[in-house]
Design a protein around this ligand. Structure first.
Ligand code: 26V
Length: 683
């Protein structure tokens, strides 16, 4: 419905047909889907209502949530979407009639690994929850040609192979060329006296074309959008460059996630990526806003831009630029709108992850953006002097631009109405230590939002056996209201329920054991304790401590015949950053220990070590349900939250952990008897 109340048919509605077409044309999956479509009845047309939803929400009073993130680790969507639509069983039966096993179909989908680790998976969980809770929420990111590398283990060493996730196409995406916008780089900024505006001269334009993926909510008609921006040559070809070189540079923007930053070219490319998707994303939001409201003066009342760490923080100067340069707004009003629209989430206090950009790079790649950051910095300095009584030390610590660099976290805090950490301890460390000065300057900005996970993907769908047991024991309300899982407390001493839980665990351990036998050729005993640590490899996460414990157990057994343990299978899964020498050595160590321990007939009935290759979302769905022990042993104070800890616990594993990240709050909730805590107690 447009401004004057008449109906307007928008082109997106027709574009859904493209999606149907794609669904039908991905070889085997296509044939199978054609057959299940009839069985799905109207349900699939829920997807059809997706573009309409954009229009529908614009007339509600809810704020739209725009989640800007360099990463979305969404994994596979087929089962998740069918489950969320409530059509999984019907599809499964329908396929069976045609002799197709639904699990074979599931395996055809590639794992969309558009992310690195926790931050990316959190973004994906949030998208699922927001849709399921009927919030209008839109994700913005880059359509990377290759996801995070695929990990192969050769002679115990990690080898990185490109992740060609788009090789067979992405059946969920819909290209929306009509919504494409040009993003400008490398220009000169010139003041035009006649128009009274800043102009970009000799800019290199890149076309940003959106590819939209539906995010289907559970038990709701809401289907949100995850928008992946793709870089293509603009119609305005730069005159000062060979076209082939220009086209290659454009392709580079979407080629990989976090390009190598050891060279200036690599670092510039990262900055280019950040501005590329942020600029395109904001332009789209503004356009949507102006389809409904006459001006941008209420923009901050209708939109929240959530900045997932500092990677998308250029959203702040970009929104300022658009408001001031393109919509002729006064600086103060533009700043009010921007700093009441943006909110920043911090995901780590590790120094190496706190982004800084050299002024020289920013100034040449994004001159107008740099000018705006300078102005933000100038006014920020004025504010700091005013509230801190000219405390020069404080000013030096907090400045946005200093030592020839732009401090992105400082810019994020100055330009956001909310700054949150991801677990209580982490938020407290931000407030009282890492960002203490900023908390002094802006006492009301800092807050905590402890992470969470979608219990649909991580319990209901990935562990159907446990899910069925829960349904028969406490009813099905927990699916909509996960806090109802507390009802299980009544059954903790019920030996029948305990027995059934044991059986479920055994079944799930068998599934993982079969996978391990198939992929690693190692037979593991499902009666042994499955003791699992899966997460990115990092010194602070202490996989090294875990493998040292294994070495200790092995050596004790070898020298001391009296020393016997309950049979234990230690399972690891972790990708190391390609240039992270220490992390790669730990992977090699784990595999070397596995070689010795698994092949020693004296100990192999008691101890096994397995390294699962290529840890990611899809394999995690097999691992979480199978764990007896969940290893969450980071150096206290370093793990911002952790979310694997929650996935394991929800599937009934016992946590052994340090008082770090969300472990602290989990320990409080389950009580000392239900978690094993060791290490530093007070920070
Ligand atoms: C930093 C860098 C540094 C340079 C190379 C590429 C790169 C990519 C990402 C990052 C930031 C990583 C931050 C992150 O993933 N933090 C994790 O966020 C989870 C969700 O909040 C949280 O549970 C984990 O504890 C935290 O480590």
């Amino acid at each position: 419905v447009n401004e004057n109340g008449t109906q307007q048919v928008l082109p997106e509605v027709n574009e859904f047909k493209i999606q149907e077409y794609d669904l039908l044309h991905i070889s085997e999956a296509g044939k199978a889907l054609e057959k299940i479509r009839n069985r799905m009845g109207n349900a699939i047309y829920e997807l059809g209502s997706w573009p309409m939803f954009e229009i529908a929400v614009s007339h509600t009073d809810k704020e739209s949530i725009l989640h800007f993130s360099m990463e979305f680790l969404i994994g596979r969507l087929l089962v998740n979407n069918m489950m969320n639509l409530g059509i999984y069983e019907i599809a499964k039966d329908g396929l069976e009639d045609y002799g197709i096993n639904i699990h074979d179909l599931e395996e055809l989908e590639s794992d969309a690994g558009l992310g690195n680790g926790g931050l990316g998976r959190l973004a994906a969980c949030f998208m699922d929850s927001l849709a399921s809770l009927s919030y209008p929420a839109f994700g913005n990111t880059i359509r990377y040609e290759y996801g995070l590398f695929k990990q192969k283990i050769e002679n115990g060493y990690q080898v990185e192979v490109p992740d060609q996730w788009l090789r067979l196409g992405n059946m969920w995406e819909v290209r929306k060329p009509k919504h494409a916008v040009d993003v400008k780089f490398w220009c000169r900024v010139v003041w035009n006296e006649e128009t009274g505006k800043w102009e970009h001269v000799d800019a290199e334009c890149v076309r940003a074309v959106p590819y939209d993926m539906p995010i289907v909510g559970n038990d709701t008609t809401v289907t949100n959008t995850l928008r992946l921006w793709h870089a293509e040559p603009s119609e305005e070809i730069p005159s000062n460059k060979d076209f082939r070189q220009y086209a290659q540079e454009v392709r580079d923007i979407c080629q990989t996630l976090y390009p190598d930053d050891s060279t200036l070219a690599g670092r510039t490319l990262r900055l280019k990526q950040q501005y590329f998707f942020v600029s395109a994303g904001i332009r789209a939001i503004i356009k949507n806003h102006l389809r409904v409201y006459p001006s941008l003066s209420n923009f901050h009342e209708k939109n929240v831009i959530q900045l997932n760490d500092t990677h998308p923080v250029l959203a702040i100067p970009e929104l300022m630029r658009i408001l001031v340069d393109e919509y002729d707004m006064e600086w103060d009003e533009a700043w009010h709108i921007t700093s009441h629209t943006c909110a920043y989430t911090n995901h780590t206090i590790l120094a190496e992850a706190l982004e800084k950009w050299p002024v020289s790079t920013m100034e040449s790649l994004l001159p107008r953006i740099y000018q705006i950051i300078e102005e933000i910095n100038r006014r920020f300095i004025g504010y700091v002097k005013q509230v801190s009584d000219h405390d020069d030390d404080l000013l030096n610590r907090v400045m946005i631009i200093k030592d020839g660099q732009v401090y992105m976290a400082h810019l994020a805090i100055a330009g956001s109405f909310s700054v949150n950490g991801v677990a209580r301890l982490h938020s407290q460390i931000l407030k009282e230590q890492e960002m203490k000065d900023f908390n002094f300057l802006y006492p009301n900005k800092f807050n905590n939002k402890t992470n969470g996970i979608t219990h649909r993907r991580w319990l209901a769908y990935s562990n159907p056996e446990l899910s069925a047991l829960l349904n028969e024991t406490i009813g099905t309300d927990w699916l909509k209201h996960p806090e109802q899982l507390e009802k299980l407390m009544e059954y903790v001493d019920d030996s029948i329920v305990q027995g059934k839980f044991y059986n479920v665990k055994q079944q799930r351990k068998q599934v993982l054991a079969d996978y391990i036998y198939k992929h690693n050729g190692i037979r593991i005993d499902t009666n042994s304790i499955f003791d699992i640590q899966v997460k990115r490899l990092h010194a602070y996460k202490r996989q090294l401590l875990n493998i040292m414990h294994v070495i200790y157990l092995y050596q004790e057994m070898k020298v001391n015949p009296e020393f016997r343990i309950y049979p234990r299978t230690f399972i690891f899964g972790a990708k190391a950053a390609p240039a992270y020498y220490f992390a790669k050595k730990v992977i090699k160590l784990i595999n070397s220990v596995a070689d010795i321990v698994n092949n020693d007939p004296e100990t192999s009935d008691y101890l096994k070590v397995v390294f699962i290759e290529n840890y990611g979302v899809t394999i995690a769905e097999k691992i979480m349900p199978a764990a007896d022990v969940s290893e969450q042993i980071s150096t206290a104070g370093k793990e911002a939250s952790g979310t694997g800890n929650m996935k394991f616990m929800m599937n009934g594993a016992v946590t052994i952990g340090t008082l770090d990240g969300a472990n602290v709050e989990m320990a409080e909730r389950v009580g000392d008897d239900n978690i094993i805590i060791f290490g530093l107690k007070d920070n």
